[in-house]
Design a protein around this ligand. Structure first.
Ligand code: ZN
Length: 322
């Protein structure tokens, strides 16, 4: 798809969006001062700063990154985005073939793919950042390397003057954008799919909503800790993840000593979470039955599925009736 077509399609999609978080009034902030107000003194300090020392992660930055209230998977993702992903440009540089087509960013098809480019400078990434729940002008984020930008995003209060109570939403929004860019990039590279920015934007908003709702629910009911089953019993945890029209189900059996007895995963095309949850449970029951395990506790987090199993008045789908 040509860049112009993408931009037209995108402009249409953008006009249809409603922001989940109300925009605060736009304004100009001087980021080198905690008050956000420019002063000659702080400008002098800023110019004196050693650009190298300000760009590298130091111990306090790691602490700040691991302390963000987002899923551990997202923290790991932000860490990996700094240099652990197999960016095409990085691989080609190692092979001394940086000029080859193999080094080109799969999203824009123009620049060499590096972490800084694909997550913040590529036009696809910039559109996603601009249309995220917390919109950011990614191109103008200060920093000439990805470490300094991740450092800034992982400490939004310190570097971007985000209110304390808004920090979680900001970090979640940022992590979801990074995750969606990497997911979309892999879809193009490994599945040969087209770049569809509108889909990416929808995904960013949907996932933000899902994650923030889950955080709210867990804050309301407190954190549940997994408990092993009693002696002689097994416990099976089942769950499903939906992504890009695919459901990935998982069933995990553990014994009273917390040892893994069996793990099962399956992937099939679906956008229906209830169907996915039901399929996970059915697969887990079949495994238990085939293994002659008759003392198994099943644990899952889908309320409707729980009602279907426990409440005779709730209608089951055909999958569970079988
Ligand atoms: Zn690009």
């Amino acid at each position: 798809m040509k860049q112009q077509e993408i931009e037209d399609e995108l402009a249409e999609a953008i006009c249809r969006f409603h922001l989940l978080v109300p925009r605060t009034k736009d304004g100009v902030l001087w980021l080198s001062e905690a008050s956000g107000i420019f002063s000659v003194k702080s400008a002098y300090r800023f110019l004196l700063q050693d650009s190298i020392s300000s760009s590298l992660f130091i111990e306090g930055d790691w602490v700040a990154l691991w302390k963000i209230k987002i899923q551990d998977r997202f923290k790991l993702l932000l860490w990996r985005a700094m240099d652990a992903f197999p960016f095409k440009g990085k691989i080609c540089a190692l092979l001394n073939s940086l000029d080859s087509e193999a080094s080109i960013c799969p999203l824009c098809g123009v620049e060499v793919e590096t972490g800084l480019h694909i997550f913040f400078r590529c036009f696809v990434a910039r559109v996603l950042w601009g249309e995220a729940v917390w919109p950011l002008d990614a191109y103008h984020l200060q920093g000439d390397n990805i470490q300094s930008i991740i450092r800034m995003l992982s400490q939004p209060r310190r570097f971007l003057h985000i209110d304390k109570e808004m920090q979680c939403d900001f970090s979640l929004s940022a992590a979801i954008v990074v995750d969606t860019i990497w997911f979309g990039r892999n879809r193009v590279v490994h599945q040969g799919m087209d770049v569809n920015i509108r889909d990416f934007i929808i995904m960013v908003h949907r996932r933000f909503l899902e994650h923030s709702q889950t955080w709210r629910i867990s804050a309301m009911f407190g954190c549940k800790v997994w408990c092993p089953p009693s002696c002689g019993q097994l416990k099976c945890n089942v769950d499903v993840a939906l992504r890009g029209g695919v459901a990935v189900l998982a069933a995990c059996f553990r014994d009273s000593g917390d040892s893994l007895c069996r793990l099962y995963t399956e992937q099939f095309p679906s956008i229906n979470s209830l169907l996915g949850e039901s399929s996970s449970l059915v697969a887990a029951i079949n495994i238990a039955s085939n293994m002659d395990w008759d003392k198994v506790d099943f644990e899952f987090d889908c309320q409707l599925l729980t009602r279907m199993v426990l409440d005779e008045d709730t209608l089951c789908g055909p999958l569970l009736l079988d």
